[in-house]
Write a protein that binds this ligand. Structure first.
Ligand SMILES: Nc1ncnc2c1ncn2[C@@H]1O[C@H](COP(=O)(O)OP(=O)(O)OP(=O)(O)O)[C@@H](O)[C@H]1O
Ligand SMILES: [Mg+2]
Length: 257
């Protein structure tokens, strides 16, 4: 056991120097993440998924988002869940309500790894209906996905762009919410102007970690909230949408609630 740790420390010292583009980036990573996360990062290097890590784009309570390049030189996003996240008990409860995720242990690390896997799986499913980042790989608490942006800049969030026709934009999103439920049996669960990025051509939905299967006890409430949040956002942009009616229209269109 002891030898293994010495081995790991040596390997980390050597590999991390190659992987991080700056010593500040490496230090920032080491300040936040534990050895298990470092091991997972090395593994992604061994798997030839990751080659180089740049700085963080955003970091919050539950995760930090880094830019990186794959071994093939493709720019990607690396979302790393904090293993010390305080809310892991809530995550666990939420996960266990989803029929897809019931076989995991209850310790903090297992819950967070499962949470990461859930975002990976949600992205895979959602891609059949909406434009979203293509998930590339996951390893423990680390998720690697397609970068929605150019060079080092992510595309802007919906909240930061000018919207020509907010009513039409809402109708499209409402249709996608319905299709996601009907075709992929899931709900995003945290849809907002913060979790939609805008390329020049279209909107791209991100942040699928809260997405659940439609049989989840909270699925219908989340569906209603997604519709309501989006209607309320587009109303603030000048649309004239009856929020209750919009929610009702979605519910009426779904026969299997
Ligand atoms: N695939 C991506 N391409 C470009 N930028 C991204 C991508 N994924 C995330 N980002 C950027 O990182 C930010 C945070 O990501 P995300 O919304 O997934 O995490 P979060 O809101 O911190 O998540 P969580 O609610 O899961 O803790 C986004 O608002 C966006 O600016
Ligand atoms: Mg987000």
């Amino acid at each position: 056991m002891k030898d293994e740790n010495i081995d790991f420390r040596e390997r980390w010292k050597e590999r991390s120097r190659q992987m991080f583009d700056s010593s500040e980036g490496k230090k920032a990573f080491e300040n936040v993440f534990d050895n298990e996360t470092k091991k997972a990062l090395l593994k992604l290097g061994d798997r030839k998924v990751l080659d180089r890590l740049y700085g963080t784009i955003e970091s919050g309570k539950e995760s930090a988002v880094f830019l990186a390049d794959t071994s093939e030189g493709e720019r990607v996003i690396v979302k790393i869940y904090m293993t010390q996240a305080g809310s892991f008990r809530e995550m666990e409860k939420y996960l266990r309500g989803d029929q897809r995720f019931r076989n995991f242990k209850s310790d903090r690390r297992s819950v967070i790894n499962e949470w990461c896997k859930k975002e990976f799986k949600n992205l895979k499913k959602a891609a059949n209906v909406v434009r979203c980042p293509e998930p590339k790989a996951f390893q423990k608490n680390i998720l690697v996905m397609e970068f929605i942006g150019e060079e080092f800049s992510p595309y802007p969030k919906l909240k930061d762009v000018e919207i020509e026709n907010p009513e039409e934009a809402f109708q499209k999103i409402k249709r996608n919410i319905k299709e996601l439920w009907q075709e992929e049996k899931m709900v995003h669960g945290d849809l907002s102007e913060y979790n939609i990025l805008m390329t020049e051509e279209q909107e791209v939905w991100i942040d699928f970690s809260q997405g659940v299967h439609k049989s989840h006890p909270e699925a219908v409430e989340l569906l209603k909230r997604d519709v309501k949040n989006m209607a309320s956002f587009f109303n603030r942009q000048g649309a004239d949408i009856d929020e209750q009616e919009a929610v009702q229209q979605v519910l009426d269109a779904l026969e299997d609630l």
